[in-house]
Design a protein around this ligand. Sequence first.
Ligand code: UD1
Length: 367
Amino acid sequence: MALIDIIAGARPNFMKVASIVDALKEAQNLGNQMRWRLVHTGQHYDWHMSAAFFEELGIPEPDINLGVGSGTQAEQTAGIMVRYERLLMEQPSDLCLVVGDVNSTMACAIVARKCRIEVAHVEGGLRSRDWSMPEEINRVVTDSITSWFFTTSESANENLRGEGVEPERIFFVGNTMIDSLLKHRVRFRRPAVWREAGLVARGYLVLTLHRPGNVDDPRQLAARLDAITGAARGLPVVFPVHPRTAGTLAEIGRSWPGLVCTPPLSYLEFNFLVEQALGVLTDSGGVTEETTVLNVPCLTLRDNTERPETVALGTNELVGTDPARIPPVLGRLLAGQWKRGTLPPLWDGKAGQRIVEKLSCVLKGQG
Ligand code: UD1
């Protein structure tokens, strides 16, 4: 029986694989004998960034942890490749399923393909056309060697068709990250910061920043935080700080009035805060999808997005990276002038099931 590797490496991967693992278990219970193993590359390893998500989302312990840890782009990518190749040489699999756009996604896809193992990419076809982002490189390299694409949006389908991918290899299935969001919504949990900072529903903003372009330069990060806290008119801005950002903040060595910094929050706690917030400011792609579904206004502090449906249909607006552009947009939000969003097609909680159905056909050679 064919063996599927499910690759997870960094925080935004975990909620995506959770729904696929759920669907695989469901299929097994119905007698569809699919064999799979969960491979954690170890790209994210802190409890806050990794184990907390496994616990909360009920993801089984990884069968294999490659334990790569931190490093430069090349060190991390190379470390994952060496370790995954060793695994495949010792215990080969038949299909490598990767999700998203992190270094682990690209590294494992390259290794699998060179070992003549077919690659399936969940969230294939997204394009920001911004080559300064490591994620864009990861997406394009991964998709160039992917056999089967599981896509979240019509724009991803168009991108792939435009790059010459045959329609038979593209499966428009919806969004596994949204599967997890809808499944766990009833379990969202008030974090400690709620009481500590005296938060009330719609009475605060949530901020996340982690992209190198936004957080690596101390002066630019400080300018962004000046602009945001200055325009927030006294509303608390809750800022769960990513490890990369924490390093730069420590270097700056000052605080901002109204800025409530916390360690990275767990999935259920973070989404509780998002659901109750007046609005969210972020440079994350995944958060723009979650705010669209939770119908919470979202200001994206980037110049582009690989998820245009969150802007065209959802609650997201591209504000850009220039701090001067933040106050007028935040002003509009505080004045209650924000668009209402609608749900993108197939973001209905069933993407994992669709993926497993298709995988089953692919493995039987039925495409
Ligand atoms: C990675 C992904 C990005 C994703 C983000 C979510 C790539 C290219 N980028 O970026 O797409 O949105 O994760 O978090 O794969 N660190 C810790 N503990 C951890 C993990 C990381 O302290 O558990 C530190 C690392 O040592 C490093 C920094 O955080 O200094 C960045 O980690 P890294 O995995 O290199 O990339 P991210 O910026 O997290």
